[in-house]
Structure formats: C-alpha cells, structure tokens
Design a protein around this ligand. Structure first.
Ligand SMILES: Cc1cc2nc3c(=O)[nH]c(=O)nc-3n(C[C@H](O)[C@H](O)[C@H](O)COP(=O)(O)OP(=O)(O)OC[C@H]3O[C@@H](n4cnc5c(N)ncnc54)[C@H](O)[C@@H]3O)c2cc1C
Length: 225
C-alpha cells in the first residue's frame, strides 16, 4: 500500500505493542496509519540472532501466563501460528554468572551478595524512619562493577520489575512455555503484521511501516467536526 498523504494515527515503535495496536486499528476500519520504527526491523525487544546455525532469542523467550481463567492472547496467537514451544518448569534451566577470567561465579556467593544488599537497604530504611529529623547524606550504594551489575540484573531486575501479585499469572495462569522455534518468537509479529500490512514472502513491503525512522518530537493534530 502507498504511504498515505494523511494519517489518522501515527504509531511509534514496531514492537509487539505497536504491531498489535496497528492490527486492532485495522480490524476497526482505521487503515490510514503510519508506523514509525527507529531501528531497521520490527520486533523491538523480541528478537533472535543466528548463533552457530541455531536461532537464539536475545529478548523475550517465554510465553508466560498460560492455563488460567482467561485466555492469554499471546498464547492464542502462538497456537494459531504453530509456534513451537515447550512447557518450562525451569527444572533444567541454568543461570551462570561468569567472572572476568571466564570462571563461573558461584551462585551461592551471588545470592549472599544480594541478601547483604537487601539487608543493608532495609537497615538504612529503618534508620531513616527512626531519624526522620536527622539529615541522611549517604545514598544507597548502587551496583557499579560488571559483576555487581550482573548480580543485580539476574537476581533483582530480571525477576522483580513487577510487584506481586503479577497480573499476567493471576489472569492468564501460572504455566510458562519456552519458545523453541527456529523462526523465533518474532514469527508472531510477522503473523500479526500479515493481517493488516502488505507482505510478500515473509517480508513487509507496506509503505505505512517506516523503518529507520525515529520520532523525536510529537506533534498531534486533532480535528474537531
Ligand atoms: C532480555 C529480555 C528477556 C525478556 N523475556 C521475556 C519473556 O520471556 N517473556 C515475556 O513475555 N517478555 C519478556 N521480555 C519482555 C518483552 O520482550 C517486552 O515486554 C516486549 O517485547 C515489549 O514490547 P513493546 O512493543 O511494548 O516494546 P519494545 O519491544 O521495546 O518495542 C518498542 C519499539 O519502539 C521503537 N522505538 C522506541 N522509541 C522510538 C521512537 N522515538 N521513534 C521510533 N521508534 C521508537 C524501538 O526501536 C522498538 O522497536 C523480555 C525482555 C528482555 C529485554
């Protein structure tokens, strides 16, 4: 489809949110949209790389939240698209942290460091509460060295970005499935895109999708009848 001279909607970013938004708009009769994507591909944090002849997911790898009271739309799409997945209970998953010499950093040491950091943060909070009037000058210590950053990521950011209860698990269920498909998790995005963008041989050729276009300033024009 040619790039429209006037677009009712501009979608910024062609990750799963942007592509889903475009699909929903198209299903509701709004076709004159423009999708601006800063990078040279769709998918955002869903991306794969070829590594030694196999597909390796660099971003999202699991469909989380399956088997609950409400159907998970990502799981439904995965099923419709025939995406290969395996039930995952993490019993055979292994996380390793390596030091700079390439040796595995013992997970017990990592867990101890984490516990010490949490204990010290709690201690500081308690003392802050106890001395509300006194000025606290010392800032909580944030991770700085590569090993501290790795520990902080794997033990904290990776798991705890969302506070409990996590709505994904409450609504959609607690089961998780690892995507094990050569086409990658991103295959779902191409399947979604096929529904409303012009594609040929797995490539998106629709001028309403603009890759390498970063939206830096947003001007919104509202028409009032
Ligand atoms: C390492 C890792 C592992 C993960 N594992 C899982 C998992 O197992 N299961 C799971 O469900 N989720 C997982 N996630 C989270 C999941 O990948 C994200 O929640 C999801 O992909 C976010 O999609 P999005 O479209 O909202 O944002 P994004 O994927 O970040 O897409 C945003 C897009 O907008 C573009 N963009 C940003 N700013 C602009 C601009 N100004 N102009 C134009 N374009 C712009 C970006 O280039 C990008 O393509 C993981 C994430 C990471 C990083």
């Amino acid at each position: 489809m040619d790039s429209p001279s006037h677009s009712s909607v501009i979608i910024i970013g062609a990750g799963i949110s942007g592509i889903s938004a475009g699909k929903v708009l198209a299903e509701n009769g709004i076709e004159d949209m423009l999708i601006l994507e800063a990078s040279d591909r769709i998918g955002g944090r869903i991306r794969k790389e070829n590594f030694g002849g196999v597909s390796v997911e660099l971003g999202a790898g699991w469909v989380a939240g399956v088997g609950g009271k409400e159907p998970n739309p990502v799981w439904e799409l995965a099923s419709q698209s025939g995406l290969r997945t395996c039930f995952s209970d993490y019993s055979n998953a292994r996380y390793n942290i390596y030091d700079r010499s390439g040796k595995i950093f013992p997970s017990g040491v990592a867990a101890d460091s984490y516990k010490k950091a949490v204990d010290s943060a709690i201690e500081k909070l308690r003392s802050l509460e106890a001395n509300l009037d006194s000025e606290v000058t010392e800032q909580p210590r944030s991770p700085k060295t590569p090993i501290e950053l790795a520990i902080d990521f794997i033990l904290h950011d990776f798991e705890m970005a969302e506070v409990e209860p996590i709505s994904t698990y409450v609504d959609f269920g607690e089961r998780e499935f690892l995507v094990a498909d050569d086409r990658g998790y991103e295959h779902l995005l191409y399947k979604m895109a096929e529904d409303f963008l012009f594609t040929s041989e797995g490539k998106i050729l629709d001028n309403r999708l603009k890759l390498n276009k970063m939206q830096s300033h947003l001007a919104v024009a509202v028409e009032i009848d």
